[in-house]
Design a protein around this ligand. Structure first.
Ligand code: 5GP
Ligand code: ZN
Length: 114
């Protein structure tokens, strides 16, 4: 059985604040938000992270980026601006090994990238 936290969230075994869903993608509010808008965007199929993309269809990767724009509009930050981040590996502090993008917005974000 898959022991991945985000797979459990996608399956509905762990509750989450869903903000978007389509046949390939699920998006939900981060439990520990770093900005007024902090959404996690994940593929429904398990991929380890940016280091696991050889297993992914190009169509899925394009859909993730398009979903980010749709979610930004729904969350009201399309015009004010937003940031999309995916942490990969120990130096980036990736804590969940299921590919995810953080969509952050709703405040002036730091110019620093770390
Ligand atoms: P990472 O550090 O891997 O880039 O991001 C993992 C994110 O998942 C963190 O921002 C963390 O707050 C979030 N997170 C961890 N556990 C849960 C959970 O059970 N529910 C939700 N909604 N977010 C979670
Ligand atoms: Zn998973």
């Amino acid at each position: 059985m898959n022991d991945c936290l985000f797979c459990k969230i996608i399956a509905g075994d762990i509750p989450s604040g869903r903000v978007y869903e389509d046949e390939r993608i699920y998006a939900f509010k981060d439990i520990n938000p770093q900005a007024p808008v902090h959404v996690l965007i994940v593929p429904k199929t398990h991929l380890s992270g940016l280091d696991g993309l050889e297993e992914a269809e190009d169509r899925l990767l394009a859909s993730l980026l398009r979903a980010a724009h749709t979610i930004a509009a729904r969350e009201g930050v399309e015009t004010s601006g937003y940031r999309l981040i995916s942490n990969c590996g120990p130096d980036a502090c990736q804590s969940v090994k299921h590919l995810h993008f953080h969509l952050l917005g709703g405040k002036q974000l730091s110019e620093e990238m770390d």
